[in-house]
Write a protein that binds this ligand. Sequence first.
Ligand code: FE2
Length: 493
Amino acid sequence: MTSFSRRRFIQLGATSLAAYSNAAILSGCSDGSDGNGFATLNKQALPQDEQGRWWLSNNYAPVLEERDEVGLRVNGEIPRALNGLFARAGSNMANTDHWFLGHGMLHGIRLEDGRAAWYRNRYVHTSLRAAGIDEVMPSEPTSSYSNVSSVYHAGKFLTLGELGLPYEVNPRDLSTVGVYDFAGRLNGSMTAHPKIDAVTGEMLFFGYSFAPPYLTYYQANAAGELVRSVDITLPAAPMMHDFAVTEDYILFYDLPVLFSLDMAISGSNFPFAWSPEHVPRMGVMPRQGGDSDIRWFEVDSGFIFHTMNAYQDPANRSRIILDASRIDPPFWDNGNQDLAQPSHLTRYQFDLDTGMVSEQRLSDAFLDFGQLDRRLVGRPYRYGYAMEFPASGSASALPRPTTIVQRDHESGTLQRFEAAPGLALDEAIFVADPQRTGERDGWLLCYAFDGVSCTSSLLIIDARDVAAPPVAKVDLPLRIPYGFHSVWVPDAG
Ligand SMILES: [Fe+2]
């Protein structure tokens, strides 16, 4: 690495801030903290929704052009082991009443042989987009915005919308191949958070529905064939965003955010509501078991969007440890557009012998979007990663993280990557070094947005030293709107 250093990062950020500050005085525009993680934000250069909807303003606002960029400027050195596509999914709608309801768009950067070959953004060409339909809740299996996440398994790159079927996309150019239903074996929704068991090669997932069966569990083998479906009995239709797996068990979260028929009848496009009367519980199902084998554990109330990992205690395999980010109750008291309530990384321990469950907050920091070295999904692991959110959230805006945390579960300590001043981050994912096997042998990749220049970049951070400056930063001549989840599609695999 040449002159690229943390100090240089800070200098660059400070220079930009100073330049903008002067420009703001000259132009007479005002600025200030907007709850998005910025002390300064160039609002004049960013769309502002006339109705003040945060998800259509500033860098949440959509980009309406599909672009191709080459000749990208790289600061530092891109690791030569990183050959593949980094992509992030997001909701991209010019007018919508909920951030979750927008046409899916992928923003991808191809890395090869130590260079950034191209950036490209493409809509996912779903049937909803083709029909010009927006602002509705996808309710048919084939209707989906496909905007939440994506997954690469058995040679297929799939975008996922949580509601509706996946769409297959070509990772070489981000073109949409078409709706994907596992050769006709999937006829309902697919979660945006499937788990790939790195040992067996299986992809495990679920789908939820507004009508019974409210929940169905699926298992695809290493070849990508959907070989098992299990309908699961639930008392109501929960919004179930994520789940967890171990070597022998599947964990489901039956928590008090439920589909609301009243809201649907009254015209809500996103009819999910906090339902405190619903008993919060988690179900533990043997991986080869069925509906009647599930053990349900009542847990403290709250809501979980994201799992970090789960595993069985090697000393007692009837003891299951689950790390997930929990939002304290009540959730969505201000309505379901409020996504600013903080989450805390929480450790659940289920004892299948005694039927006991315990819960422990692992950190007072606001941590969500948990990640790990995915070679250890469902297995004991030492290091977890998460985005740390600022404490200044409000229902009128979703604050952006500026810090990535690496938690050492053995020592309980946190290492932090702090973004340079003026940068706000999207989800960081761990990408393993294919030539090394150590748990921290890999990099954290994420998009960053500069609130002054209104351009985005890709950061590559060495997971062995997360507090250090990025080993590489790929600058883009455009902005990438904030979105949801990222993926790495390796060339080989
Ligand atoms: Fe998610």
